[in-house]
Write a protein that binds this ligand. Structure first.
Ligand code: BG6
Length: 475
Protein backbone atom coordinates (compact mmCIF):
# COMPACT_ATOMS: atom_id res chain seq x y z
CA UNK A 1 0.00 0.00 0.00
CA UNK A 2 1.36 3.40 -0.96
CA UNK A 3 0.57 5.79 1.85
CA UNK A 4 1.16 8.70 -0.50
CA UNK A 5 -2.33 8.13 -1.85
CA UNK A 6 -3.54 10.08 1.18
CA UNK A 7 -3.43 13.88 1.19
CA UNK A 8 -0.74 15.70 3.21
CA UNK A 9 -3.46 16.85 5.56
CA UNK A 10 -4.57 13.27 6.27
CA UNK A 11 -4.81 12.72 10.03
CA UNK A 12 -2.97 9.57 11.08
CA UNK A 13 -3.74 9.14 14.72
CA UNK A 14 -4.89 6.98 17.57
CA UNK A 15 -8.08 6.87 19.62
CA UNK A 16 -9.20 6.27 23.21
CA UNK A 17 -11.93 7.55 25.54
CA UNK A 18 -11.60 9.27 28.91
CA UNK A 19 -13.31 6.62 31.03
CA UNK A 20 -11.27 3.81 29.48
CA UNK A 21 -7.87 5.36 30.18
CA UNK A 22 -7.94 8.16 32.74
CA UNK A 23 -8.76 6.58 36.09
CA UNK A 24 -8.72 9.24 38.80
CA UNK A 25 -12.45 8.63 38.92
CA UNK A 26 -12.97 10.60 42.13
CA UNK A 27 -10.07 13.04 41.86
CA UNK A 28 -9.83 16.67 40.88
CA UNK A 29 -13.45 17.26 41.83
CA UNK A 30 -14.77 14.71 39.33
CA UNK A 31 -18.26 13.35 39.94
CA UNK A 32 -19.36 9.74 39.55
CA UNK A 33 -20.02 8.90 35.91
CA UNK A 34 -22.16 6.17 34.44
CA UNK A 35 -18.95 4.29 33.58
CA UNK A 36 -17.96 4.30 37.25
CA UNK A 37 -20.81 1.97 38.20
CA UNK A 38 -19.98 -0.70 35.63
CA UNK A 39 -18.30 -3.79 37.09
CA UNK A 40 -15.81 -5.99 35.24
CA UNK A 41 -17.34 -8.67 33.08
CA UNK A 42 -15.35 -11.04 30.92
CA UNK A 43 -15.26 -12.70 27.53
CA UNK A 44 -18.93 -13.67 27.18
CA UNK A 45 -19.74 -12.44 30.70
CA UNK A 46 -21.75 -9.21 30.80
CA UNK A 47 -20.76 -6.26 32.95
CA UNK A 48 -23.15 -5.31 35.73
CA UNK A 49 -24.48 -1.84 36.29
CA UNK A 50 -24.74 -1.25 40.03
CA UNK A 51 -26.89 1.22 41.94
CA UNK A 52 -24.14 3.68 42.70
CA UNK A 53 -20.60 2.65 43.62
CA UNK A 54 -20.79 -0.32 46.01
CA UNK A 55 -17.92 -1.16 48.37
CA UNK A 56 -17.32 -4.80 47.44
CA UNK A 57 -17.24 -4.54 43.68
CA UNK A 58 -14.33 -4.15 41.30
CA UNK A 59 -14.86 -1.27 38.90
CA UNK A 60 -12.11 -1.37 36.26
CA UNK A 61 -12.66 2.21 35.06
CA UNK A 62 -11.86 3.67 38.47
CA UNK A 63 -8.15 3.40 37.85
CA UNK A 64 -8.14 2.32 34.19
CA UNK A 65 -4.55 2.83 33.00
CA UNK A 66 -4.02 5.87 35.24
CA UNK A 67 -3.61 8.22 32.28
CA UNK A 68 -4.84 10.98 34.60
CA UNK A 69 -1.48 10.90 36.36
CA UNK A 70 0.70 9.52 33.55
CA UNK A 71 -0.46 11.47 30.53
CA UNK A 72 2.91 13.17 30.04
CA UNK A 73 4.69 9.84 29.69
CA UNK A 74 1.95 8.59 27.37
CA UNK A 75 1.92 11.68 25.18
CA UNK A 76 5.71 11.34 24.80
CA UNK A 77 5.18 7.76 23.58
CA UNK A 78 2.47 8.90 21.16
CA UNK A 79 4.81 11.56 19.83
CA UNK A 80 7.49 8.92 19.33
CA UNK A 81 4.92 6.85 17.47
CA UNK A 82 4.53 9.84 15.16
CA UNK A 83 0.76 10.36 15.17
CA UNK A 84 -0.60 13.72 14.09
CA UNK A 85 -3.84 13.54 16.06
CA UNK A 86 -5.12 11.94 19.23
CA UNK A 87 -8.79 11.23 19.68
CA UNK A 88 -9.98 11.19 23.25
CA UNK A 89 -13.03 12.46 25.09
CA UNK A 90 -13.69 14.94 27.83
CA UNK A 91 -15.26 13.29 30.87
CA UNK A 92 -18.40 15.35 31.31
CA UNK A 93 -18.36 14.51 35.04
CA UNK A 94 -14.94 16.19 35.45
CA UNK A 95 -16.40 19.44 34.17
CA UNK A 96 -19.89 19.26 35.65
CA UNK A 97 -19.60 16.60 38.39
CA UNK A 98 -23.34 16.16 38.71
CA UNK A 99 -24.30 17.50 35.32
CA UNK A 100 -26.88 20.04 36.42
CA UNK A 101 -24.67 22.65 38.12
CA UNK A 102 -24.52 26.20 36.81
CA UNK A 103 -20.77 26.57 37.29
CA UNK A 104 -18.10 24.17 36.01
CA UNK A 105 -15.36 22.51 38.03
CA UNK A 106 -12.19 24.52 37.38
CA UNK A 107 -9.88 21.66 38.32
CA UNK A 108 -11.44 19.47 35.65
CA UNK A 109 -11.10 22.20 33.04
CA UNK A 110 -7.46 22.70 34.03
CA UNK A 111 -6.72 18.99 33.54
CA UNK A 112 -7.79 19.17 29.89
CA UNK A 113 -5.96 22.47 29.40
CA UNK A 114 -2.79 20.73 30.51
CA UNK A 115 -3.46 17.64 28.42
CA UNK A 116 -4.19 19.61 25.25
CA UNK A 117 -1.13 21.81 25.81
CA UNK A 118 0.99 18.71 26.20
CA UNK A 119 -0.37 17.22 22.98
CA UNK A 120 0.03 20.44 21.02
CA UNK A 121 3.57 20.90 22.29
CA UNK A 122 4.33 17.51 20.74
CA UNK A 123 2.67 18.43 17.45
CA UNK A 124 -0.38 16.25 18.11
CA UNK A 125 -3.83 17.68 17.40
CA UNK A 126 -6.58 16.74 19.87
CA UNK A 127 -9.77 15.28 18.33
CA UNK A 128 -12.44 15.46 20.99
CA UNK A 129 -15.63 13.53 21.65
CA UNK A 130 -17.93 15.43 23.96
CA UNK A 131 -19.76 12.40 25.30
CA UNK A 132 -18.19 8.97 25.12
CA UNK A 133 -20.25 6.79 27.48
CA UNK A 134 -19.40 8.88 30.56
CA UNK A 135 -22.26 11.21 31.47
CA UNK A 136 -22.66 12.14 35.16
CA UNK A 137 -24.42 9.39 37.11
CA UNK A 138 -26.53 12.00 38.89
CA UNK A 139 -28.30 12.72 35.60
CA UNK A 140 -29.56 9.15 35.64
CA UNK A 141 -30.63 9.23 39.27
CA UNK A 142 -32.27 12.62 39.36
CA UNK A 143 -33.60 12.96 35.82
CA UNK A 144 -33.87 9.43 34.40
CA UNK A 145 -31.17 10.00 31.77
CA UNK A 146 -31.65 11.24 28.23
CA UNK A 147 -35.34 10.41 28.04
CA UNK A 148 -35.68 13.66 29.95
CA UNK A 149 -35.53 16.79 27.79
CA UNK A 150 -33.79 18.75 30.52
CA UNK A 151 -30.65 16.86 29.58
CA UNK A 152 -30.56 18.70 26.27
CA UNK A 153 -29.87 21.95 28.11
CA UNK A 154 -27.35 20.34 30.46
CA UNK A 155 -25.42 18.91 27.52
CA UNK A 156 -25.50 22.22 25.65
CA UNK A 157 -24.21 24.05 28.74
CA UNK A 158 -21.39 21.56 29.15
CA UNK A 159 -20.49 21.77 25.45
CA UNK A 160 -20.56 25.56 25.52
CA UNK A 161 -18.19 25.56 28.50
CA UNK A 162 -15.58 23.29 26.92
CA UNK A 163 -15.86 24.60 23.37
CA UNK A 164 -15.35 28.14 24.63
CA UNK A 165 -12.50 27.20 26.93
CA UNK A 166 -10.62 25.16 24.31
CA UNK A 167 -11.58 27.11 21.22
CA UNK A 168 -7.95 27.78 20.35
CA UNK A 169 -6.70 24.30 21.23
CA UNK A 170 -9.24 21.95 19.70
CA UNK A 171 -10.50 22.08 16.15
CA UNK A 172 -12.10 18.68 15.62
CA UNK A 173 -15.13 17.74 17.71
CA UNK A 174 -17.67 14.95 17.80
CA UNK A 175 -20.87 15.04 19.82
CA UNK A 176 -22.09 11.57 20.99
CA UNK A 177 -19.96 8.48 20.60
CA UNK A 178 -21.62 5.65 18.68
CA UNK A 179 -25.03 7.22 19.20
CA UNK A 180 -26.60 4.41 17.18
CA UNK A 181 -25.44 1.61 19.50
CA UNK A 182 -28.79 1.86 21.22
CA UNK A 183 -30.55 1.26 17.89
CA UNK A 184 -32.04 -2.12 18.66
CA UNK A 185 -33.00 -1.00 22.15
CA UNK A 186 -32.29 -4.47 23.46
CA UNK A 187 -28.76 -4.47 24.80
CA UNK A 188 -28.88 -3.02 28.30
CA UNK A 189 -25.24 -1.99 28.25
CA UNK A 190 -25.61 -0.03 25.02
CA UNK A 191 -28.76 1.72 26.18
CA UNK A 192 -27.01 2.50 29.45
CA UNK A 193 -23.87 3.96 27.93
CA UNK A 194 -25.72 5.95 25.28
CA UNK A 195 -28.60 7.25 27.32
CA UNK A 196 -28.57 6.07 30.97
CA UNK A 197 -32.32 5.69 30.95
CA UNK A 198 -34.14 4.95 34.17
CA UNK A 199 -37.03 2.76 33.09
CA UNK A 200 -40.25 2.57 35.09
CA UNK A 201 -42.47 -0.51 35.33
CA UNK A 202 -44.73 -0.78 32.30
CA UNK A 203 -42.50 1.39 30.11
CA UNK A 204 -42.22 0.55 26.46
CA UNK A 205 -38.43 0.37 26.30
CA UNK A 206 -38.11 0.71 22.57
CA UNK A 207 -40.25 3.85 22.50
CA UNK A 208 -38.27 5.46 25.31
CA UNK A 209 -34.94 4.60 23.71
CA UNK A 210 -36.11 6.39 20.56
CA UNK A 211 -37.15 9.40 22.64
CA UNK A 212 -33.75 9.50 24.32
CA UNK A 213 -31.95 9.10 20.99
CA UNK A 214 -33.95 11.95 19.48
CA UNK A 215 -33.20 14.15 22.49
CA UNK A 216 -29.50 13.46 21.92
CA UNK A 217 -29.82 14.30 18.24
CA UNK A 218 -31.47 17.60 19.15
CA UNK A 219 -28.76 18.31 21.73
CA UNK A 220 -26.10 17.46 19.17
CA UNK A 221 -27.60 19.78 16.54
CA UNK A 222 -27.80 22.65 19.04
CA UNK A 223 -24.15 22.10 19.89
CA UNK A 224 -23.12 22.07 16.24
CA UNK A 225 -24.81 25.45 15.70
CA UNK A 226 -23.35 26.82 18.92
CA UNK A 227 -19.86 25.56 18.09
CA UNK A 228 -19.97 27.39 14.76
CA UNK A 229 -20.67 30.62 16.63
CA UNK A 230 -17.83 29.99 19.10
CA UNK A 231 -15.28 29.31 16.38
CA UNK A 232 -16.31 29.22 12.72
CA UNK A 233 -13.24 27.09 11.97
CA UNK A 234 -14.42 24.20 14.13
CA UNK A 235 -15.05 20.93 12.35
CA UNK A 236 -17.91 19.25 14.20
CA UNK A 237 -18.97 15.74 13.37
CA UNK A 238 -21.14 12.94 14.62
CA UNK A 239 -19.85 9.54 15.66
CA UNK A 240 -21.50 6.36 14.47
CA UNK A 241 -20.88 2.65 14.93
CA UNK A 242 -21.10 1.23 11.44
CA UNK A 243 -21.52 -2.51 11.22
CA UNK A 244 -22.69 -3.36 7.72
CA UNK A 245 -25.40 -6.00 7.81
CA UNK A 246 -25.15 -7.95 4.56
CA UNK A 247 -27.98 -10.07 3.20
CA UNK A 248 -27.15 -13.73 3.84
CA UNK A 249 -28.26 -14.60 0.30
CA UNK A 250 -29.74 -13.01 -2.82
CA UNK A 251 -33.18 -14.19 -1.73
CA UNK A 252 -35.23 -11.01 -2.16
CA UNK A 253 -36.49 -11.20 1.43
CA UNK A 254 -32.90 -11.30 2.68
CA UNK A 255 -32.10 -8.22 0.59
CA UNK A 256 -35.07 -6.39 2.08
CA UNK A 257 -34.19 -7.47 5.61
CA UNK A 258 -30.70 -6.05 5.14
CA UNK A 259 -32.10 -2.63 4.20
CA UNK A 260 -34.50 -2.58 7.13
CA UNK A 261 -31.88 -3.57 9.65
CA UNK A 262 -29.39 -1.06 8.27
CA UNK A 263 -31.96 1.75 8.28
CA UNK A 264 -32.48 1.27 11.95
CA UNK A 265 -28.81 2.08 12.54
CA UNK A 266 -28.60 4.71 9.80
CA UNK A 267 -31.46 6.64 11.35
CA UNK A 268 -29.08 8.51 13.64
CA UNK A 269 -26.63 9.65 10.97
CA UNK A 270 -29.54 10.43 8.62
CA UNK A 271 -30.74 12.99 11.16
CA UNK A 272 -27.23 14.27 11.95
CA UNK A 273 -26.38 14.77 8.29
CA UNK A 274 -29.72 15.72 6.72
CA UNK A 275 -31.32 17.56 9.58
CA UNK A 276 -34.72 15.92 9.33
CA UNK A 277 -36.56 12.85 10.53
CA UNK A 278 -36.63 10.23 7.75
CA UNK A 279 -39.96 8.96 6.50
CA UNK A 280 -39.10 5.33 7.17
CA UNK A 281 -38.76 6.14 10.86
CA UNK A 282 -41.83 8.37 11.09
CA UNK A 283 -43.81 5.54 9.52
CA UNK A 284 -42.35 3.00 11.90
CA UNK A 285 -43.19 5.14 14.93
CA UNK A 286 -46.70 5.59 13.65
CA UNK A 287 -47.16 1.86 13.04
CA UNK A 288 -45.98 1.14 16.54
CA UNK A 289 -48.13 3.96 17.96
CA UNK A 290 -45.09 5.48 19.62
CA UNK A 291 -45.64 8.96 21.02
CA UNK A 292 -42.28 10.58 20.36
CA UNK A 293 -42.22 14.09 21.67
CA UNK A 294 -40.66 16.91 19.62
CA UNK A 295 -41.54 20.51 18.88
CA UNK A 296 -41.30 22.56 15.71
CA UNK A 297 -38.49 24.56 17.34
CA UNK A 298 -36.59 21.31 17.83
CA UNK A 299 -37.13 20.30 14.22
CA UNK A 300 -35.67 23.65 13.19
CA UNK A 301 -32.70 23.03 15.46
CA UNK A 302 -32.07 19.72 13.71
CA UNK A 303 -32.06 21.51 10.38
CA UNK A 304 -29.73 24.25 11.60
CA UNK A 305 -27.17 21.90 13.16
CA UNK A 306 -26.17 19.38 10.54
CA UNK A 307 -22.67 17.98 10.92
CA UNK A 308 -19.52 18.82 8.97
CA UNK A 309 -18.31 15.25 8.72
CA UNK A 310 -19.20 11.69 9.64
CA UNK A 311 -16.91 10.12 12.20
CA UNK A 312 -17.39 6.41 12.68
CA UNK A 313 -16.05 3.21 14.13
CA UNK A 314 -15.64 0.11 12.04
CA UNK A 315 -14.69 -3.25 13.54
CA UNK A 316 -16.75 -5.90 11.80
CA UNK A 317 -19.65 -6.77 9.57
CA UNK A 318 -22.54 -9.11 10.13
CA UNK A 319 -25.31 -10.81 8.18
CA UNK A 320 -29.09 -11.03 8.23
CA UNK A 321 -31.38 -13.67 6.84
CA UNK A 322 -35.04 -14.61 6.66
CA UNK A 323 -34.28 -18.25 5.90
CA UNK A 324 -35.79 -20.53 8.52
CA UNK A 325 -33.07 -23.17 8.34
CA UNK A 326 -30.24 -20.72 9.16
CA UNK A 327 -29.51 -20.22 12.87
CA UNK A 328 -29.34 -16.74 14.30
CA UNK A 329 -30.72 -14.40 16.89
CA UNK A 330 -33.95 -12.50 16.24
CA UNK A 331 -34.32 -8.80 15.47
CA UNK A 332 -36.95 -6.90 17.39
CA UNK A 333 -38.63 -4.82 14.71
CA UNK A 334 -38.27 -7.16 11.78
CA UNK A 335 -39.37 -10.47 13.26
CA UNK A 336 -39.02 -12.46 10.07
CA UNK A 337 -35.28 -11.77 10.01
CA UNK A 338 -32.42 -12.72 12.27
CA UNK A 339 -28.74 -11.96 12.58
CA UNK A 340 -26.39 -14.78 11.73
CA UNK A 341 -22.70 -15.32 11.05
CA UNK A 342 -20.94 -14.93 7.75
CA UNK A 343 -19.44 -18.17 6.44
CA UNK A 344 -16.89 -16.22 4.37
CA UNK A 345 -15.04 -14.43 7.17
CA UNK A 346 -13.21 -15.40 10.35
CA UNK A 347 -13.90 -13.97 13.80
CA UNK A 348 -11.80 -12.71 16.72
CA UNK A 349 -11.68 -14.52 20.09
CA UNK A 350 -14.66 -12.36 21.07
CA UNK A 351 -16.66 -13.43 18.02
CA UNK A 352 -16.21 -10.14 16.11
CA UNK A 353 -16.18 -10.97 12.41
CA UNK A 354 -13.06 -9.73 10.67
CA UNK A 355 -13.91 -8.17 7.33
CA UNK A 356 -11.49 -5.60 5.86
CA UNK A 357 -13.47 -5.35 2.60
CA UNK A 358 -16.43 -4.37 4.76
CA UNK A 359 -14.57 -1.16 5.57
CA UNK A 360 -14.37 -0.22 1.89
CA UNK A 361 -18.02 -1.23 1.50
CA UNK A 362 -18.96 1.01 4.44
CA UNK A 363 -16.91 3.96 3.19
CA UNK A 364 -18.68 3.73 -0.17
CA UNK A 365 -22.12 3.30 1.29
CA UNK A 366 -21.82 6.19 3.71
CA UNK A 367 -20.11 8.56 1.29
CA UNK A 368 -22.78 7.95 -1.34
CA UNK A 369 -25.51 8.42 1.26
CA UNK A 370 -24.28 11.75 2.64
CA UNK A 371 -21.61 13.14 0.34
CA UNK A 372 -19.75 14.40 3.43
CA UNK A 373 -16.10 13.89 4.41
CA UNK A 374 -15.57 10.74 6.45
CA UNK A 375 -13.27 10.13 9.38
CA UNK A 376 -12.51 6.60 10.61
CA UNK A 377 -12.14 7.34 14.31
CA UNK A 378 -12.07 3.73 15.54
CA UNK A 379 -10.83 0.51 14.03
CA UNK A 380 -8.80 -2.14 15.78
CA UNK A 381 -8.28 -5.67 16.87
CA UNK A 382 -9.08 -6.79 20.41
CA UNK A 383 -6.84 -9.78 21.14
CA UNK A 384 -5.01 -11.66 23.87
CA UNK A 385 -1.35 -10.56 23.76
CA UNK A 386 1.61 -12.49 25.15
CA UNK A 387 4.29 -10.62 27.01
CA UNK A 388 7.51 -12.52 26.25
CA UNK A 389 10.21 -12.96 28.87
CA UNK A 390 12.40 -10.44 27.10
CA UNK A 391 9.60 -7.86 27.37
CA UNK A 392 8.53 -7.93 23.72
CA UNK A 393 4.99 -8.39 22.43
CA UNK A 394 4.86 -9.87 18.96
CA UNK A 395 1.38 -8.93 17.83
CA UNK A 396 1.64 -9.78 14.15
CA UNK A 397 -2.12 -10.58 14.10
CA UNK A 398 -2.84 -6.94 14.99
CA UNK A 399 -0.54 -5.71 12.24
CA UNK A 400 -2.37 -8.02 9.81
CA UNK A 401 -5.75 -6.68 10.89
CA UNK A 402 -4.78 -3.02 10.69
CA UNK A 403 -2.81 -3.25 7.46
CA UNK A 404 -5.61 -5.12 5.70
CA UNK A 405 -8.09 -2.45 6.76
CA UNK A 406 -5.75 0.36 5.73
CA UNK A 407 -5.36 -1.24 2.30
CA UNK A 408 -9.13 -1.23 1.83
CA UNK A 409 -9.28 2.36 3.02
CA UNK A 410 -6.68 3.27 0.38
CA UNK A 411 -8.79 1.58 -2.29
CA UNK A 412 -11.83 3.53 -1.19
CA UNK A 413 -9.85 6.73 -1.69
CA UNK A 414 -8.03 5.89 -4.92
CA UNK A 415 -10.58 3.73 -6.72
CA UNK A 416 -13.87 4.98 -5.34
CA UNK A 417 -13.16 8.66 -4.76
CA UNK A 418 -14.20 8.67 -1.12
CA UNK A 419 -13.23 11.81 0.78
CA UNK A 420 -11.43 10.62 3.89
CA UNK A 421 -10.06 12.92 6.60
CA UNK A 422 -8.13 10.51 8.74
CA UNK A 423 -7.70 7.24 10.55
CA UNK A 424 -7.34 6.79 14.29
CA UNK A 425 -6.95 3.14 15.30
CA UNK A 426 -8.80 2.28 18.47
CA UNK A 427 -7.09 1.74 21.77
CA UNK A 428 -3.76 3.01 20.52
CA UNK A 429 -2.61 2.21 24.05
CA UNK A 430 -4.21 -0.71 25.96
CA UNK A 431 -7.43 0.35 27.65
CA UNK A 432 -10.28 -1.09 29.68
CA UNK A 433 -12.62 -2.77 27.22
CA UNK A 434 -15.97 -1.05 27.06
CA UNK A 435 -18.04 -4.16 26.43
CA UNK A 436 -16.43 -6.64 28.77
CA UNK A 437 -14.50 -4.45 31.21
CA UNK A 438 -11.42 -6.56 30.58
CA UNK A 439 -7.87 -5.25 30.33
CA UNK A 440 -6.83 -8.40 28.52
CA UNK A 441 -8.95 -7.66 25.48
CA UNK A 442 -6.09 -5.57 24.18
CA UNK A 443 -6.19 -3.18 21.25
CA UNK A 444 -3.05 -1.17 21.89
CA UNK A 445 0.14 -0.64 19.98
CA UNK A 446 1.46 0.19 23.45
CA UNK A 447 1.09 -2.49 26.10
CA UNK A 448 0.03 -1.64 29.64
CA UNK A 449 0.99 -4.08 32.36
CA UNK A 450 -2.33 -4.71 34.04
CA UNK A 451 -4.63 -7.74 34.07
CA UNK A 452 -8.36 -8.38 34.30
CA UNK A 453 -8.25 -8.38 38.08
CA UNK A 454 -6.59 -4.98 38.17
CA UNK A 455 -3.13 -6.30 39.06
CA UNK A 456 0.04 -5.04 37.37
CA UNK A 457 2.70 -2.38 37.43
CA UNK A 458 1.06 -0.19 34.73
CA UNK A 459 4.41 -0.18 32.89
CA UNK A 460 4.09 0.82 29.24
CA UNK A 461 5.85 -1.25 26.54
CA UNK A 462 5.98 -0.80 22.79
CA UNK A 463 4.56 -3.74 20.86
CA UNK A 464 5.74 -4.94 17.45
CA UNK A 465 2.72 -3.10 15.98
CA UNK A 466 4.07 0.18 17.41
CA UNK A 467 7.16 -0.01 15.20
CA UNK A 468 5.10 -1.10 12.20
CA UNK A 469 2.66 1.84 12.51
CA UNK A 470 5.49 4.27 13.22
CA UNK A 471 7.13 3.22 9.97
CA UNK A 472 3.87 3.33 8.02
CA UNK A 473 2.89 6.87 8.96
CA UNK A 474 6.36 8.43 8.95
CA UNK A 475 6.33 11.53 6.73
C1 BG6 B 1 -16.62 1.05 20.51
C2 BG6 B 1 -16.49 2.07 21.59
O1 BG6 B 1 -17.85 0.44 20.70
O2 BG6 B 1 -15.79 -0.03 20.46
C3 BG6 B 1 -15.26 1.93 22.45
O3 BG6 B 1 -16.59 3.38 21.10
C4 BG6 B 1 -14.95 0.46 22.65
O4 BG6 B 1 -15.48 2.62 23.65
C5 BG6 B 1 -14.65 -0.16 21.29
O5 BG6 B 1 -13.90 0.21 23.55
C6 BG6 B 1 -14.29 -1.63 21.35
O6 BG6 B 1 -15.23 -2.34 22.09
P1 BG6 B 1 -14.80 -3.26 23.29
O7 BG6 B 1 -16.06 -3.75 23.87
O8 BG6 B 1 -13.97 -4.35 22.70
O9 BG6 B 1 -13.99 -2.41 24.20
Amino acid sequence: MDKNVFKDTFLWGGAVAAHQIEGGWDQGGKGVSIADVMTAGGNGIPREITKGVLPDNYYPNHEAIDFYHRYQEDVALLAELGISCFRTSIAWSRIYPKGDELEPNEEGLKFYDDLFDELLAHGIEPVITLSHFEMPYHLYEAYGGFKNKQLIDFFVRYAETVMTRYKDKVNYWMTFNEINNQADGQHDLHVWTNSAIRFEPGDNHEEIVYQAGLNELIASAKVVALGRRINPDFQIGCMMAYVPVYPYSCKPEDMMASIKVMDRRFFYSDVHARGELPNYMLTYWQDKQFQIDYTSEELEALKAGTVDYIGFSYYMSTVTTTQAEVDGYPIADFPAAKITSNPFVKASDWGWQIDPVGLRYTLNLVYERYNLPLFIVENGFGAYDKLEEDGTINDSYRIDYLSQHIEQMALAVTKDGVELMGYTPWGIIDIVSFGSGEMEKRYGLIHVDKDNQGQGTLTRRKKQSFYWYQQLIRK
